[in-house]
Write a protein that binds this ligand. Structure first.
Ligand code: AMP
Ligand code: MG
Length: 487
């Protein structure tokens, strides 16, 4: 492991701290494929050695562990100091293309940023983040990854007594919008500049030699987030806690807390128990993102122009690009989901009308699009899309328009259906499946459902024989109504 480049920044950016040892580490899962992909070299890859290294009991050669400082707006309220309260950055791996990735333990003990917390993580949320982050990756969406999950052999105390665990995650970097806010709130413009330069070198090297590099950085982060949120919405993902400390400037999905996937399509869907106002509801995510990006822009103002008025004008113009970009990406994605390659004027209305009909009729988001793939190559009546709608005739009316529209597309129906199957997943990490995995692990130390679900989610665009039930929405008794951070 390499020492993290972040630890070369000035001391006020982080705290040097070692993980707190745990009693009896036991390896639950190690992602060997990811280890190879990121170029991580390990001397000893026995289960015991991996457990010792990825619970923090053994510090790997080259590692120089730190906890990063950050701040953030949580549900709209600014908290000037948050930071890695239970995470420790061990170091970096560098792959064969010289891409650096940060390797971080989550649940590794108290740090100077822990505030009242115990610095630990419970098994349930660790398995949740492992499954969902890897599923996001398999879906083709930028995300932090999961390298390891280790049981600590210690209990943590939440609403009750729970088994403790540690997740090792891998990210392009762990710099958040809230990291910029930490320094901006202290009027530490030098630190904001150092951080911006660090982020440019690491994530957006193409802006380095532009005349307005910090404005270009803002534009690049806005573009990355517009793309990320559009991607989320195309698979029905709700992050659940889009606070500025949970928004990565690299454009990866980060901090999987009470996240969820919609079953029946509903733009107002909220699962997180702490999101009482629906601030981060499914359909609000683009608005939440642009709000966060405005907070990011504020931190960069002194770097954008020395004339404050001019800086605000430039940043405002950059932020305005979000909605145009998002609308474009959203339409492009929906068109791909519907098998449309050529752009026509009525396309936005066509996809919006399908979404409206799905909402009104309680149709399952994932299944509707997946079954449309079959419908694209077969007679509609022979498929089972319409039965997903409470009133199937509302689907029929829409489907006539879609059929007519497909008639103006050049592709062979089979080729089109195959392309649609590459963007409309058969399986997503359904909330009830995740809960079943956690219940078996926590109550019975049975990790078989975890392993089985991991395998299914690694190939989300394939209809795998024998795994049909994983594609199904919850039965009424299985429905998950709320999700919890479990912190
Ligand atoms: P999160 O809700 O996970 O995004 O965390 C928000 C803030 O609370 C971050 O600064 C975390 O490091 C901190 N935090 C969450 N859980 C704990 C915990 N168990 N111990 C210490 N800090 C925590
Ligand atoms: Mg967080």
């Amino acid at each position: 492991m390499n020492r993290s480049t972040y630890s070369s920044l000035p001391e006020r950016f982080f705290a040097r701290i070692h993980p707190t040892p745990v009693a009896k580490p036991q390896l639950l899962r190690f992602n060997h494929a990811l280890k190879l992909e990121i170029g991580l070299e390990l001397q000893d890859t026995s289960d015991d050695a991996l457990a010792e290294a990825f619970c923090g009991n053994v510090i790997l050669p080259g590692s120089d562990p730190i906890a990063m400082a950050y701040a953030g707006h949580q549900f709209g309220h600014f908290v000037p100091q948050l930071g890695d309260g239970r995470a420790i950055l061990l170091g970096e791996a560098v792959d064969s293309s010289e891409v650096h990735r940060d390797i971080q333990l989550k649940g590794s003990g108290r740090t100077p940023y822990s505030r009242g917390g115990d610095g630990r993580a419970a098994l349930g949320p660790v398995l949740r983040e492992y499954l969902i982050s890897e599923a996001m990756h398999a879906l083709g969406i930028p995300t932090t990854r999961a390298l390891a999950a280790v049981l600590t052999g210690e209990n943590v105390f939440r609403e009750g007594v729970l088994p403790g665990a540690i997740l090792t995650r891998v990210a392009a970097s762990f710099v958040r919008v809230g990291t910029f806010q930490y320094f901006a709130a202290r009027d530490d413009v030098d630190a904001v500049r150092l951080l911006a330069d660090y982020v440019i070198d690491r994530h957006y090297p193409h802006v380095k030699f532009e005349p307005q590099r910090y404005l270009s950085l803002l534009g690049a982060v806005i573009g990355a987030q517009a793309s990320l949120i559009a991607n989320w919405m195309h698979v029905g993902f709700i992050h659940g806690v889009m606070n500025t400390d949970n928004m990565s400037v690299s454009g990866e999905t980060i901090d999987f807390g009470p996240c969820a996937f919609v079953d029946s399509y509903d733009p107002a869907a909220v699962f997180s128990s702490i999101d009482r106002q629906g601030r981060y509801a499914f359909g609000n995510q683009p608005h939440a993102a642009v709000w966060n990006l405005a907070r990011f822009a504020e931190t960069l103002l002194p770097l954008i122009d020395e004339n404050p008025q001019r800086a605000v004008e430039l940043a405002t113009a950059a932020l305005a690009a979000f909605s145009t970009r998002f609308a474009e990406l959203s339409l492009a994605g929906l068109n791909r989901k519907l098998g449309l390659g050529v752009r026509e004027d009525g396309d936005t209305a066509l996809s919006n009308d399908l979404l409206d009909a799905m909402h009104k009729n309680g149709a399952d988001f994932t299944l509707t699009f997946r079954r449309l793939c079959d419908a694209a190559e077969r007679d509609l009546r022979a498929t089972d899309v319409r039965e997903l709608f409470a009133n199937p005739e509302e689907f029929d009316v829409w489907a006539l328009r879609w059929r007519a529209r497909l008639g103006r597309e050049p592709l062979d129906p089979r080729v089109r259906a195959a392309a649609m199957r590459r963007v409309n997943p058969a399986v997503i990490p359904r909330n009830h499946r995740i809960e079943q995995v956690i219940a078996a692990a926590v109550n019975d130390r049975n990790f078989e459902p975890f392993v089985a679900l991991s395998a299914v989610l690694s190939r989300p665009y394939e209809s795998v024989e024998g795994f049909e039930s994983y594609a199904n929405p919850p039965q009424s008794g299985e429905r998950v109504l709320q999700t919890f951070c479990g912190t």
